[in-house]
Design a protein around this ligand. Structure first.
Ligand SMILES: NC(=O)c1ccc[n+]([C@@H]2O[C@H](COP(=O)([O-])OP(=O)(O)OC[C@H]3O[C@@H](n4cnc5c(N)ncnc54)[C@H](O)[C@@H]3O)[C@@H](O)[C@H]2O)c1
Length: 142
């Protein structure tokens, strides 16, 4: 079975927990760490994976099957949209953002972006409207 390759952006408190869960999984493998700060090198070395300082750098070299975005709150929207633009599925740590998203913000495709934490699973699903056609919309809550 091909394992799902997942990159974790944000090597902080919760990012490390996601990395532990991926490492313990039979169906997923850690592809890389994305973090420009001091926590990145140690975590990447511990798990023997590449370290990238930004999502842009990651996408210029690799296209993992998925991203877990565990960056600071104010970076969730830009990071999430960068993943969407790259066509890479993303799980965004809560909250999805800290302010309303500009409706003119565009992405290259329409994808579903789960929001939440693997530690406290919630099935909040937001539909990112594509091509600047509208704001973030709540698609379903379970
Ligand atoms: N800590 C928790 O228990 C917890 C629980 C649920 C959700 N969350 C959410 O997870 C997110 C992260 O929280 P945390 O406690 O791990 O924070 P943290 O401060 O411990 O870690 C954040 C990490 O992101 C890195 N970072 C900063 N800019 C980046 C960028 N552009 N690209 C990649 N990495 C970048 C930082 O260098 C740092 O290592 C927050 O949105 C928080 O709300 C945290």
């Amino acid at each position: 079975m091909n394992k799902v390759r997942i990159a974790v952006a944000g090597a902080g408190l919760i990012g490390k927990r996601h990395v532990e869960e991926i490492d313990a999984s039979d169906s997923a493998v850690l592809a890389s760490i994305v973090d420009p700060g001091p926590a990145g090198p140690e975590l990447a070395e511990k798990y023997g994976v590449p370290l990238y300082p930004s999502l842009t750098e990651l996408f210029s070299k690799d296209k993992p099957d998925g991203i877990i975005l565990a960056t600071p709150n104010q970076m969730h929207v830009d990071g999430g949209l960068e993943c969407v633009a790259a066509g890479v599925p993303v799980i965004v740590e809560k909250p999805i953002g800290v302010s309303p998203v500009d409706p003119s913000t565009s992405a290259s495709s329409s994808v579903t972006v789960p929001v939440g934490s693997s530690l406290t699973p919630r099935s909040l699903q937001f539909n990112v409207s594509a091509r600047g056609s509208g704001p973030l919309m709540l698609a379903s809550v379970q």
